[in-house]
Write a protein that binds this ligand. Sequence first.
Ligand SMILES: [Zn+2]
Length: 300
Amino acid sequence: MARTIGITTADDIATGLVEGNQLVGKLRVHAHGSSHGSDDEPLLSLPPEGIAQRFAEEIRAVAEGETVTAIGVGIPGIVNCGFIEESPNLRQLKGAHMQDLVGAALRNFGITAPVYVYNDADVLAAGLAATHGNLDRFIRVWTLGNGVGFGVYPRREGVWEGGHVVVSLDPRERYCGCGGVGHLEGIMGQRAMRLRFLDMEPDEVFENAQKRDQRCVEFVKLWHRALAAATANSIHLAGPGKFFISGFNAKHLDLNLLHQYLHEMVKMSPLQSYVFEVVPDSDVNGVIGAAVSAAQNAAQ
Ligand SMILES: [Zn+2]
């Protein structure tokens, strides 16, 4: 069966060889620094050509000389036909044609398989659909990482920047990476939490909330209300259904609290059949989704 390679940058740079809907061998994972409190942010400091080169090196290492039929790349931001229209958390990619850059870097290594670039949350949604037997229905995924991503499968026309939906009318809510006021990511994103709590790391905020530190308790409530609000908005527009929640900050989620808030926000009975599923490991599913999406594109 044809083998493809998927690579994503959701939490780490994760790369894997995929056959069917499954990983072949081990996932190759490199932390890129920005998401786990490390000071060095290599991807953030690289120009688009440098990032493409890093991707090409990872892909070459995973291919190990094998022939692959397609390569799928997941990148945060608004991606249109391989072109990065906007990427609040990897700002230097704005305006870069990553599909061409990664393809060119790979050709230097003798790899000529077609490259397809997607939004990283969309490939995660595709991967979750593939690995959870949900390829026949509409699913959505929130990724709670450095930024907040929103992915849908199957892909639909539109922009789908769900991480930037407005969940607060408070003009002081201006911590979003894109600069917009009142955004979901401005409350839930790792970078936004660091800006809000200059004196503690996000993990400490959640720990201190457990210890009844009032400022942290209030914030953790806001954090859950924000996700409930964004989910309620999506339900009121596209209907109920399955919502996966992934990313390294999914570990802080209190599903009971989230359900309680969402129940307060969604009152029309036909809309109440929603389900949450937390899938902490976004890397494997993202890589599978990128590879499966590339295989589908290459077969068209
Ligand atoms: Zn925003």
